[in-house]
Write a protein that binds this ligand. Structure first.
Ligand code: IMP
Length: 178
């Protein structure tokens, strides 16, 4: 599957992503206004570019941490079984936490990871995903903020991969097999 030739058609430009991140940052700032420190947790690996751009737009005191959950591997379909592969370094009990994800697809990953973080007793836990594919949802999960709602297509770029490739594309595109 992964060695089939494919092309990438642009879906969301780098400029549109940057503009949307500015809007999202304002909404997050107003939600967490007055916080002593916001723990921004990136879900590895797909969120690494999004979190980097988002925290630079946030006018709040922030701390950055990462968590990794099992994902697709080299496949294009979700495994549905979510395991925590790398845990947080920070304690989040009593703290303000923002979980940052690249895509909500079936919803299994965010549902599981927010449930897990919730057991650590954060004061406020909110979630943001850059992309949402609502038509693919298998478990009811709604992020607090979404960058863009997209159709059911496999996307890459801006941190998001296809079998570890194409994360370094500055825009988001859809994979089209030739
Ligand atoms: P979910 O558990 O099905 O919601 O899947 C979420 C994870 O699947 C995301 O964090 C991505 O890592 C991965 N994923 C979902 N859709 C895509 C895609 O179109 N391209 C690359 N990875 C995807």
């Amino acid at each position: 599957m992964t060695d089939r030739p494919y092309v990438i058609d642009q879906l969301i430009s780098a400029k549109a992503i940057a503009a949307r991140i500015e809007e999202l940052a304002r909404a997050i700032e107003s939600e967490f206004a007055g916080t002593d420190k916001l723990v921004v947790v990136g879900l590895l690996r797909g969120s690494f570019i999004f979190i980097a751009d988002l925290v630079r737009e946030l006018g709040l005191p922030v701390e950055v941490d990462f968590i990794e959950a099992s994902s697709y591997g080299d496949a294009m379909e979700s495994s549905r079984e979510v395991r925590i592969l790398k845990d947080l370094r920070s304690g989040i009990g009593g703290r303000d936490v923002l979980l940052v994800e690249d895509i909500v697809d079936t919803g299994h990953t965010l549902a599981k990871v927010t449930e897990y973080l919730g057991t650590r007793g954060p004061r406020r836990l909110r979630t943001i995903a850059l992309l949402d594919k609502p038509s693919r949802r298998e478990v009811a999960f709604a992020a607090d903020w979404i960058g863009f709602s997209i159709p059911d297509a496999f996307v890459v770029g801006y941190g998001i991969d296809f079998a570890q490739r194409d994360r370094n594309l500055p825009h988001i595109g859809t994979v089209r097999f030739l």
